[in-house]
Design a protein around this ligand. Structure first.
Ligand SMILES: *Cc1c(COP(=O)(O)O)cnc(C)c1O
Length: 385
């Protein structure tokens, strides 16, 4: 138990792991005022810039005139409004699944699904770089957690063959700290052949990947029977808040009965759900397609220009473009130098990433202009010399 709080904090500081929060005071596109100082944002997950879209803001304002601000209760008491229900139906149609259920956050969705479906004696197989919420879900379930090497299908296959009983195979669709994609077609093949279920967490693919923005499953053209459990978040590419799980009617009904992080918590504000419905329409329509195209142009421009100045990028084609530094203190120092030049790029350190793999995590958005990316690259060239 941590009883000497100050000693523990000092230890965090010594290890270069101390985390501090900066106060965002104003937002205009990617230009922010933070702690009183102007800077460019390169660390948001609002990949399409929808959180600032006038149609979403107008939808929220209109919703406030129709709905109470907060839901006032859990879904199974009196918190499940028409706004929630309509959004669930629209998310099911969007993802091509029979049914969807909303969770208050992605963290809670992951913990809720895994702990509802798995019990002692089951195995939960996870990519080593999966999001913390997926690991926590497995720990809470009391199932046996086994981790395979990142995207390594030979290692996954070996571990699958050793499992004595039922297996839940779980992976990020787009890896949150690396930006690469899980090899979903191979994973589908491996889970088709035995007593196992595949769950994909598409927090970073939703709204961003696929022709209509339906994420990594649309990118790989995978149906409900291929990926029976699909989790998506609404606070990143959709620019709103919350999360959902989509799948068969029976799966979703079971989660409503059994997922404790669904049952024992207040439902999302219905007002936010109304704004999210508009976001979902934009994502599927022309506005979404245009924003995805701009984002892709920004990613291509960043990668090409970074290579020209000799930066070694990780193998990512998504909006998440990490620069591996290694040492935590050094990653922090570079992030601080960038900050001094008005560029906000977060240093990601253990335990979020493995030891010795601290990095700068650059995220791009459709709101960045070429000049913003040039400013970042100039600063990186200077700071990484
Ligand atoms: C952000 C994230 C989550 C958590 O979603 P929240 O809605 O922010 O709680 C889950 N999984 C992955 C891969 C994420 O990146």
């Amino acid at each position: 138990m941590l009883t000497d709080f100050n000693a523990e904090l000092a230890l965090q500081q010594q290890q270069g792991l101390y985390r501090r929060r900066r106060i965002v005071e104003a937002v205009s596109g990617v230009e922010l005022i933070v702690d009183g100082k102007p800077c460019l944002n390169f660390c948001s997950n609002d990949y399409l810039g929808l959180s600032q879209h006038p149609q979403l803001k107008a939808a929220l304002q209109h919703a406030v005139s129709q709905y109470p601000l907060g839901s006032g209760s859990a879904h199974l008491i009196c918190g499940h409004s028409h706004a929630h229900h309509a959004l669930e139906e629209e998310l099911a149609a969007f993802t091509g699944r029979e049914k969807a259920v909303l969770f208050s956050t992605g963290y809670m969705a992951n913990v809720g699904v895994i702990s509802a479906l798995c019990e002692r004696g089951d195995w939960v197989l996870q990519d080593r770089l999966n999001h913390a919420s997926l690991l926590d879900g497995a720990l809470l379930s009391k199932a046996r957690l086994q981790r395979y090497r990142h995207r390594n299908m030979a290692d996954l296959k070996a571990k699958l063959s050793k499992a004595p009983g039922d297996v839940l195979l779980v992976s990020d669709g787009v890896f949150s700290m690396d930006g690469d994609l899980a090899p979903l077609p191979e994973m589908v093949g491996l889970t088709n052949t035995r007593n196992s279920l595949l769950m994909i967490d598409d927090a970073h693919g939703m709204a961003v990947l696929g022709r209509t923005g339906a994420g990594v499953v649309e990118h790989f053209e995978l149906a409900q029977q291929d990926v029976p459990i699909l989790m998506g978040t609404l606070g990143k590419g959709f620019g709103c808040f919350g999360a959902f799980v989509a799948g068969s009617e029976a799966l979703i009904e079971l989660l409503i009965q059994k997922a404790r992080s669904y049952i024992y918590t207040t439902a999302l504000p219905p007002t936010v759900c109304e704004a999210t419905r508009v976001s979902l329409r934009l994502v599927q329509g022309e506005i979404g397609a245009d924003k995805r195209a701009i984002l892709q142009q920004n990613i291509a421009y960043f990668k090409q220009s970074a290579r020209q100045i000799g930066l070694s990028l990780m193998p990512s084609d998504t909006a998440i473009q990490p620069l591996l530094i290694g040492d935590s203190q050094q990653a922090l120092a570079i992030s601080q130098q960038l900050w001094a030049r008005g560029l906000w790029v977060s240093a990601i350190r253990p335990p979020t990433v493995p030891k010795g793999q601290a990095r700068l995590r650059i995220t791009l958005s459709a709101l960045h202009q070429t000049q913003h990316i040039d400013t970042l690259l100039d600063a990186l060239a200077h700071c990484l010399q």
